[in-house]
Design a binder for this molecule. Structure first.
Ligand SMILES: Nc1ncnc2c1ncn2[C@@H]1O[C@H](COP(=O)(O)OP(=O)(O)OP(=O)(O)O)[C@@H](O)[C@H]1O
Ligand SMILES: [Mg+2]
Length: 278
């Protein structure tokens, strides 16, 4: 099972759009996928047509200890499940502040639910902050995907994000790796977008080989700005159902195929340490 945290502490960069459409696209390709909405704004849940205001179970109850992970997930369409969020999740930051093991609540809940047998992918939509919910995502994840909007300040925020990942890797989760940066809201043909992309690749190439982002890549599939991607959430469905012919749909499909293509590479990397040990 690949467990992906879609994370960037900066707001409005495409985290939710990427989480939902990546997950829906993977499900369309026959993968069993569960989206975990970790943002109290609940945008991923709404994007998938689920409004928890009606009293549905939510991931908040897992953090509060009232429900199991299995009790809060629901089937959205074939192969696609959702652990929805609601506004109560905003209280989790405070409620867990002094709790023992607060960084591992989600990880334990997934293990108890046998998630690794049930799903091929978990995709976690993180809130735009580095609080306890994001830390739970990072301690659970095997991979971090960073959506980035190419603009002048994008790289500054990125080093902070990488430092956080490195810290989490050292203290909480040795398996965590930054797999890649997804360029979102990409303006094709602009000088700025091309320059930021070049700077980013240079930054990654220069990085310390021991760093958790040493093997990170910039995904070749760039997500162009496309109004259909902004319209799909209000229809409560992914871009693939809302407008399969749109450029947004093409771009996310390419990303999905790129992510699936990496499975083999990840499997062989995982096997290497045990081969060495043998
Ligand atoms: N490629 C795109 N083309 C056009 N609009 C987009 C694209 N990607 C995202 N959007 C729109 O931009 C806005 C921000 O995107 P999104 O909600 O995915 O960002 P986010 O990082 O999850 O934001 P937050 O930090 O608030 O959670 C949304 O209105 C979304 O519909
Ligand atoms: Mg979001």
């Amino acid at each position: 099972m690949r467990v992906i945290a879609v994370m960037n502490q900066k707001g409005g960069v495409g985290k939710t759009t990427t989480s939902v459409n990546l997950a829906a696209g993977l499900a369309e390709q026959g993968k069993r996928v569960c989206v975990i909405d970790l943002d109290p704004q609940a945008h991923a849940s709404l994007h998938l047509g689920i409004d928890v205001a009606g009293g549905t179970n939510s991931i908040y109850q897992v953090f509060a200890g009232g429900k199991t992970f299995t009790e809060v997930i629901q089937l959205i369409e074939q192969n696609l499940w959702l652990a929805p969020a609601d506004i109560d999740l905003a209280a989790t930051e405070l409620e867990l502040v002094d709790a023992d093991g607060r960084e591992f609540v989600l990880r334990k809940a997934l293990a108890a639910a046998g998630a690794s047998e049930k799903f091929d992918y978990i995709v976690m939509d993180c809130p735009p902050s580095l609080g306890v919910l994001t830390i739970n995502a990072l301690s659970t994840a095997t991979e971090v995907f960073i959506p980035l909007q190419p603009h002048f300040f994008a790289l500054q925020g990125l080093s902070k994000l990488f430092e956080t990942t490195a810290l989490v890797t050292r203290r909480l989760n040795r398996e965590l790796r930054v797999s890649g940066v997804v360029l979102c809201l990409y303006e094709t043909g602009t000088r700025l977008a091309a320059d930021v992309t070049d700077d980013l690749m240079f930054f990654l190439e220069q990085s310390d080989p021991e760093a958790p982002w040493a093997n990170a890549q910039v995904f070749a599939s760039k997500i162009r700005r496309n109004i259909k991607l902004a319209e799909a959430p209000s229809h409560g469905t992914s871009i693939f159902k809302y407008d399969p012919a749109s450029s947004g749909s093409q771009d996310y499909r390419n990303l999905v195929l790129e992510v699936i293509a990496a499975e083999q590479r990840i499997r062989s990397a995982d096997q290497q340490p045990s081969q060495k040990a043998a």
